[in-house]
Design a protein around this ligand. Structure first.
Ligand SMILES: Cc1ncc(C[n+]2csc(CCOP(=O)(O)OP(=O)(O)O)c2C)c(N)n1
Ligand SMILES: *[C@@H]1O[C@H](CO)[C@@H](O)[C@H](O)[C@H]1NC(C)=O
Ligand SMILES: [Mg+2]
Length: 577
């Protein structure tokens, strides 16, 4: 019995309410989106159902924000978008979530069913379009089907390898009603079931580790997602193994842990004879596990929850299929029972420690340079001194992200969010908003600090208004080198403008020199700072960190020709090595 809005009775429920109540029943607590026809009622119903709704300025950023919720809290966030262009803007966020293996549920309004194929307003084949960017894409066939489809979307987003799921809601279903008694209640789906690795394979893995001369543990974002931090810490310390994190594996074990060899990354990868790979893929970030970055005879012990991942690019010598936390616990028990640990006095440890010391010296030399404009290393050196240990660091850019990753430590799991597996620019502000909204709920006193290249900042720059609107005390640090990788100083830019049409002669990497990104923040009532010196950096960052009422933006002008220190191998900026 559907009826139109207006004839609704007490025991009737609308499509919008069913979506909202079903999401809430599945413990989806946060929704990010942009409203319009036909989803305004869905957003309002979400708030009525106890879901926090954050209105964003672009669906792409809304979807980035929603996707981080799943990584931070273990339950997916929702992204709510209108039909056609709204949904299409969200595809970038779905793709990014899928690549990062983060759960997210996108809810898209679509045109009325009786106008399909007739050229309806914003008509688009949305379920089909989402298929390539998601694990599950469907439209409930009736109002009664909404709770089970939402449950399936939430469950699919979290179970197995996590990812994006899409639920389409036809416009005419939003206001349509159904008798509550006709709708089957679907209870909350539990967290994913935990799988253990094969017992024999665990024993084999430990015997491979015992025979290793130059072992390392690589801690991936899967270990962070799998909340393996406690078991992993015990395992690494008991087994005495050196480890290094992938970019978002940073913080699962603290960066200042005695066994962390991140500062000797290239050397460790190149010379390791056994790698215990924990929730990390052998993709471009790990140079495919192949020469010239790895020893051709290196043995991988691959731990992953996804069977299809086993053997990608390199055949593992042992494949441990299961939940990362559970498998690490199994390894820990095996190592404990055998009473084995990797010796502390080995040539391998000396090699790694020497390399760490040498690299630290080079970074330090660059960091203490007092010339103005500042270089990247100086900026990060001083920023790192002021950041609280428990802050959530969001970071994107090219040099900004690569150098920042090596100089800004993480001490806690899931406290670093960056451009990720897909290398997506524009994720930072959405991530920061989501992290700040979660922090407001959890109230652990953590700051969200967003370290952005000037180009990276621009992709979602208008989300500064969102931060100001909700009083989210995010600290944005724009490391401003006037461009993508590098830029041009203001004087040269003016000379160039006199020489001809800038569209013909300006370097494609360049952006407006000394652009006043700080004034975007002040325009909406946040704090803005223009920073040229170390003193200004210190005072503005201190002021920003002490203000819990509103966001800040530090526009840090650096040398537009500042570059990375000499690399043994270029990485993260080159995918073909
Ligand atoms: C969506 C998207 N578009 C374009 C790129 C190509 N790209 C890689 S890094 C980057 C920006 C780098 O400049 P910036 O953020 O200013 O950092 P910098 O290296 O200058 O410190 C761009 C545009 C990308 N990775 N993602
Ligand atoms: C639902 O009803 C409200 C109130 O009548 C109306 O404003 C809105 O446009 C309707 N939404 C859809 C999708 O039909
Ligand atoms: Mg730049």
């Amino acid at each position: 019995g559907h009826s139109l809005n207006g004839t609704r009775t007490m025991d009737e429920v609308t499509g919008a309410q069913l979506i909202a109540e079903s999401l809430s029943a599945q413990r989806v607590d946060y929704m990010f989106g942009i409203v319009g026809v036909p989803v305004i009622e869905v957003a309002m119903a979400a708030q009525a159902a106890g879901i926090r709704y954050v209105g964003m300025r672009n669906e792409q950023a809304a979807c980035y924000a929603a996707s981080v919720i799943g990584y931070l809290t273990g339950r997916p966030g929702a992204c709510l978008v209108v039909s056609g262009p709204g949904l299409i803007h969200a595809l970038g966020g779905m793709a990014n979530a899928n690549m990062n293996c983060w759960p997210v549920v996108v809810i898209g309004g679509s045109s009325d069913r009786n106008q399909e194929t007739a050229g309806a307003f914003q008509e688009f084949p949305q379920v089909e379009a989402c298929r390539l960017y998601s694990k599950f894409s469907a439209r409930p066939s009736s109002l009664e089907a909404i709770p089970s489809v939402i449950e399936k979307a939430v469950r699919s987003s979290m179970y197995g390898r996590p990812g994006a799921c899409y639920v389409d809601i036809a416009g005419d279903m939003v206001n349509a009603t159904v008798d509550r008694s006709k709708v089957r209640v679907v209870s909350c789906c539990p967290p994913p079931p935990v799988a253990l690795a094969d017992h024999g394979a665990i024993t084999e893995a430990v015997s491979v580790l015992k025979a290793a001369k130059r072992p390392i543990v690589i801690v991936g974002k899967g270990a962070a997602h799998g909340r393996a931090e406690n078991a992993l810490r015990e395992f690494v310390e008991m087994a005495g193994l050196p480890f290094l994190p992938t970019p978002m594996g940073k913080g699962v074990l603290p960066d200042d842990h005695a066994n962390c060899v991140a500062a000797a990354r290239s050397r460790a990868l190149l010379q390791a004879d056994v790698v215990l790979l924990l929730g990390a893929r052998l993709n471009w970030i790990l140079h495919f596990g192949l020469p010239p970055r790895f020893d051709p005879d290196v043995k991988f012990i691959q731990v992953d929850l996804c069977p299809e991942e086993m053997g990608n690019n390199v055949r593992p010598c042992v494949a441990l299929l299961g939940d990362i936390n559970a498998v690490v616990t199994q390894l820990l028990e095996c190592v404990r029972k055998e009473g084995w640990n990797y010796p502390t006095e080995t040539e391998w440890w000396s090699t790694l420690k020497d390399k760490i010391t040498a690299n630290a010296k080079i970074s330090k030399a660059l960091a203490v340079q007092s010339a103005l404009p500042m270089n990247y290393y100086t900026v990060f050196h001083h920023v790192s001194q002021l950041l609280p240990r428990d802050c959530i660091i969001v970071s994107e850019g090219a040099n900004t992200m690569d150098i920042g990753r090596t100089m800004l430590n993480n001490y806690l799991p899931r406290h670093r969010l960056d451009a990720g597996t897909f290398g997506t620019m524009g994720v930072g502000l959405g991530f920061a908003i989501a992290a700040a909204v979660v922090e407001r709920t959890e109230n652990k006193g953590r700051r969200v600090v967003c370290v952005e290249g000037d180009s990276a900042f621009g992709f979602s720059g208008m989300e500064v208004e969102t931060m100001c609107r909700y009083n989210l005390p995010v600290v944005i640090i724009v490391v401003n080198n006037n461009g993508i990788y590098s830029g041009v100083d203001p004087g040269t830019w003016r000379e160039m403008a006199k020489m001809g049409d800038l569209t013909s002669i300006a370097p494609p990497v360049s952006l407006l020199p000394e652009a006043r990104y700080d004034e975007i923040m002040t325009a909406f009532g946040g704090r803005g700072f223009l920073v040229r010196t170390v003193e200004e950096l210190h005072s503005s960052l201190q002021l920003s960190l002490s203000d819990w009422e509103r966001p800040s933006l530090l526009n840090v002008l650096i040398d537009p020709s500042s570059d990375r220190k000499q690399q043994e191998f270029p990485w993260l900026t080159r995918s073909n090595l």
